[in-house]
Design a protein around this ligand. Structure first.
Ligand SMILES: C[S@@+](CC[C@H](N)C(=O)[O-])C[C@H]1O[C@@H](n2cnc3c(N)ncnc32)[C@H](O)[C@@H]1O
Ligand code: SF4
Ligand code: SF4
Length: 338
């Protein structure tokens, strides 16, 4: 189902070692770090006639939006189904925001990030106390009949825990578990979390094996190895839109507000505060078309086509999000893979 992705804010109460977002961590007035609700209303109103019926909320840490409950109310009142991602901190407050009847009725699931099957691994990446909060949030949702999904970003610290992560999801009754390759940043490189590209295929094999071993849905998010060179991901087929916390339509949540990107890249397409969604989408169509064209040319070039085995890494490079150092690490991985 086509989805409108909204980055509801750019603040967070954790400082995860792997995080690719350029989260604002300064002091002072933070009001411009939160998605304005008037703009949300405008976007929902403009999106409905285009057939959109689903909103995927990310951040930052979405429940930290001061009007989080009101945002959910607005989405639900407009008839959209929705889910949001969370790190599960202050979960009792988050639960209150989904309790009113219509918000609960339109909630597809709560997606919780878990980056270690053990407290030690998860907390090493996400900070002390986080693992217990995640497990307790999942148990609460199970008891209340709220559907949950898990997202695990795989890196050097947790690569050996993939099976146990899936088992944890099964015990806690999740509907779905998505495993994601960690996109490299200077920050996660410094934290020694970058898993060499030569090991990514092994991760994908493990996840594929697990799909047959559990009853809940298990999948690998886009970014995995592909033999097919032309784009098939939801942003490049325009099935997933992404709107950043500043209200701008951007190509993809994977590269939006990226912590190594020095300034706005070409992936920032249009400011929805000043432009209608249909007009912004026509700009997006041009960019998507251009990327398809470029990938076609890369696929025909034997010196460059190997890069397309990992489409998200190709985007990081294309949109100027990666540093020289992280690019070198990735390329070495490609050579190692042979
Ligand atoms: C940016 S967070 C926002 C939502 C919320 N704060 C959370 O952590 O779930 C969305 C997802 O991106 C994942 N993520 C963070 N850094 C990443 C990276 N370098 N590569 C891939 N996924 C990453 C997080 O682990 C999380 O599952
Ligand atoms: S991954 Fe999520 S919880 Fe962790 S720092 Fe990034 S935005 Fe915050
Ligand atoms: S980063 Fe690029 S290839 Fe990956 S999902 Fe986004 S648009 Fe698609």
């Amino acid at each position: 189902m086509p989805r409108i992705g909204i980055e509801l804010n750019n603040v967070c109460n954790l400082d995860c070692g792997h995080c690719f977002r350029d989260i604002y961590r300064g002091v002072g007035d933070k009001s411009n770090l939160f998605f304005p609700l008037e703009l949300l209303e405008k976007i929902l109103t403009e999106a409905k006639p285009l057939g959109y019926k689903y909103v995927a909320i990310t951040g930052g840490e979405p429940p930290m939006h001061p009007q989080f409950g009101e945002a959910l109310e607005m989405i639900a009142q407009h008839g959209f189904r929705y889910h949001f991602l969370t790190n599960a901190r202050n979960f009792a407050k988050t639960l209150k925001a989904v309790t009113p009847k219509i918000r609960r009725a339109q909630l597809a699931n709560i997606s919780i990030s878990v980056d270690g099957a053990t407290e030690a691994t998860h907390d090493q990446i996400r900070g002390k106390g986080s693992y217990r909060e995640v497990v307790s949030a999942l148990a609460t949702c199970k008891a209340m009949g709220i559907p949950t999904a898990l997202i695990s970003t795989i890196n050097r610290a947790n690569r050996h825990e993939i099976d146990q992560l899936a088992l944890l999801g099964a015990h806690l009754g999740v509907e779905r578990h998505v495993f994601v390759h960690q996109n490299p940043t200077q920050h996660n490189f410094s934290n020694d979390l970058v898993l060499p590209l030569s090991e990514w295929r092994g991760v994908e094999r493990d996840v594929t094996r697990l799909r047959n071993e559990f009853r809940h849905e298990i999948e690998m998010a886009i970014g995995f190895y592909t033999e097919y060179y032309l784009p098939r991901c939801a942003p490049l087929t325009m099935d997933d839109l992404n709107i950043d916390y500043k209200g701008r339509l951007t190509l993809c949540c994977q590269i939006s507000n990226y912590r190594d990107g020095e300034q706005d890249g070409e992936d920032v397409v249009a400011d929805l505060r000043r432009e209608s969604l249909p007009s912004a989408l026509s700009r997006l169509i041009k960019l998507v078309h251009q990327v398809h064209q470029e990938r076609l040319e890369m696929a025909a070039d034997s010196a460059r086509r190997e890069q397309l085995h990992y489409p998200c890494l190709a985007c990081l490079e294309r949109f100027g999000k990666s540093t020289e150092q992280t690019t070198i690490v990735q390329l070495q991985g490609l050579q190692a893979k042979g």
